[in-house]
Design a protein. Structure first.
Lengths: 160, 332
């Protein structure tokens, strides 16, 4: 059964017709064409598909479109601040926080969610915030470093 | 990639509509709350419902509040909310910790405590894709005839894997269930059955509205210890929940130990109350209870790590849990 839903997607109001059982991840990638969000596992294990649903990070591979009427969704494409990359994006580039890059959108979404709440996290707090995001390439050290550096940029610039 | 099969999706607007849909649709229907257990299992072909009835957005299932009778926790509250809640963190650190130890930060924003209490039992031969299970040969929990872990067994031995249920049982929580016939209240511990397939005694047409932790549990010390391979996220391969009340003279007024992941249901260790209550708690008594906990634990070769190790750890974790509550912590 198809259903017309109204969404705010990366700040813009969007109306779309979707089958109820279509997953948010597939809606974003296959129907809307926002392919920044990745599918690693499809079963909640890897975090590559992380987006914000009503302000909270969730695994979009496990969210049904039928539940999204009126929802506010932010994807990796919505992370930039105007034309500028967000500090977490800058820091991942600067520090080599990505290798193959497949986990990176999810890592960035979780890193920003953490820094929005806590701009001065300890290493332990960063590891905890990223505990649902798997990376098969980097060994995590540079990812953690990038989040720490992004935190410094944010604190220095008071960017929110 | 694993795809979600098609199904009929029902979004009731009230608990009444939900119970009606559940009663009308019968065995082909399944409830879904956060979906963090249901959707992965549908993708792997472990669950094959024709109709899904969504509990998301039902206001009757929301809210955490202090009441005359105790602390009420709506079944639809997310694990994130439960683990961060002021009253829960203050009075029931075991529950806050158990909720926080479930899955990942993202999944805890979606997964609910109601879904956690009824989360499916687990087994290495079952928690696999359809393709994997077909290749190895299906087992009786889904699509097959025999048990692959214990081929002689007449029942499935998949393990109880909820982190919050042993804590809630140890705190004496009650479940409030609603069906078309009305509402009933039952001790949560009575809702479990030691059978890997039919692991709950909840009637098929009942919805869990919420959980009530009784007033008398408020002053009791409580702790939850979870064994898993990874610190980041993993289901429990052993969980020990303990609750204790000790008076000014060091005498135990109440003690309860509940284990998870050692059988298909949370297991109460009767010796915790029979040996400790009314006595001054000593290390020797705690050791005896810990031995009893290991004795009733029957881990099998169907989860992470060796089963003999998990059995030995049932003793170690029970001892640690009780020593920490009794203030006799030495080994840590
Ligand atoms: C990667 C990963 C890691 C995980 N790790 C853990 C872990 O460490 N510990 C753990 O305990 N769980 C874990 N889980 C399982 C699951 O995420 C949690 O148990 C979660 O709390 C389930 O809640 P839910 O709301 O998503 O349940 P759902 O998936 O919506 O439902 C689960 C079951 O409960 C039933 N149900 C839900 N709500 C109600 C209700 N109100 N009344 C009656 N029946 C109801 C459903 O019909 C279904 O049978 C993990 C899952 C994943 C994908
Ligand atoms: S315990 Fe046996 S029947 Fe149950 S899921 Fe495992 S292999 Fe299947
Ligand atoms: S694709 Fe969603 S968690 Fe892996
Ligand atoms: S950079 Fe390849 S998975 Fe993380």
């Amino acid at each position: 059964m198809k259903k017309k839903i109204q969404l705010t997607l990366n700040g813009k109001s969007t109306s779309i017709e979707v089958p109820n059982h279509r997953l948010l991840l597939d809606l974003l990638r296959d129907e809307i064409g926002l392919t920044g969000t990745k599918e690693g596992c499809g079963t909640g294990d890897c975090g590559a598909c992380t987006v914000y649903l009503n302000g909270k990070p969730v695994n979009s591979c496990l969210v049904l479109s039928g539940e999204l009427d009126g929802a506010d969704i932010v994807t990796i494409e919505g992370l930039k601040i105007g034309p500028e990359l967000h500090p977490v994006q800058k820091a991942f580039i600067q520090d080599g926080g990505a290798q193959c890059g497949y986990c990176t959108p999810g890592m960035l979404m979780m890193s920003k969610a953490l820094l929005d709440e806590n701009p001065n996290p300890t290493e332990e707090e960063i590891r905890y915030a990223l505990s649902g995001n798997l990376c098969r390439c980097t060994g995590y050290a540079k990812i953690i470093q990038a989040v720490q550096d992004a935190a410094v940029m944010i604190r220095n610039k008071h960017v929110q | 990639m694993l795809r979600l099969p098609e199904f009929n999706y029902i979004q009731p607007r009230s608990l009444k509509q939900a119970t009606k849909a559940l009663a009308d649709l019968g065995a082909d229907a399944m409830l879904v709350a956060g979906g963090t257990d249901v959707y992965p299992k549908m993708k792997r072909g472990q669950f094959t419902p024709r109709h899904l009835i969504s509990l998301r957005g039902l206001r009757e299932l929301k809210g955490i509040r202090d009441s005359k009778e105790g602390l009420w926790i709506g079944a639809g509250e997310s694990l994130t909310t439960v683990s961060n809640h002021r009253l829960i963190a203050k009075h029931f650190p075991a529950l806050a910790h158990a909720a926080e130890s479930v899955s990942t930060p993202q999944l805890r924003n979606m997964g609910t405590i109601g879904g956690n209490v009824f989360v499916d039992t687990r087994c290495n031969y079952y928690d696999q894709t359809f393709f994997w299970r077909q290749a190895v040969g299906f087992c009786m929990k889904k699509d097959g005839q025999i048990c692959l872990v214990a081929p002689g067994s007449s029942k499935c031995l998949a393990i109880a894997s909820s982190d919050t249920s042993p804590v809630l049982v140890s705190l004496g929580a009650e479940a409030v269930l609603v069906s078309r016939q009305g509402e009933r209240r039952v001790k949560l511990g009575e809702l479990y059955r030691d059978d890997g397939i039919d692991y709950s005694t909840k009637a098929k047409d009942e919805v869990l509205k919420g959980l009530l932790i009784p007033k008398e549990a408020l002053g009791r010390r409580n702790v939850y210890l979870k064994l898993r391979r990874r610190g980041s996220f993993d289901f429990p391969i052993l969980g020990v929940a303990a609750t204790m009340d000790i008076d000014e003279r060091g005498e135990c007024r109440y003690a309860s130990v509940v284990l998870t992941a050692v059988a298909s249901a949370p297991k109460i260790v009767p010796e915790a109350s029979t040996l400790l209550q009314g006595k001054k708690v000593t290390k020797e008594l705690i050791d005896t209870v810990a031995d009893a906990a290991a004795k009733i634990s029957h881990p099998l070769d169907n989860a992470d790590m060796d089963y003999w190790y998990r059995k030995r750890m049932a003793k170690v974790y029970t001892r640690r849990a009780l020593e920490s509550l009794a203030g006799l912590d030495s080994s840590a």
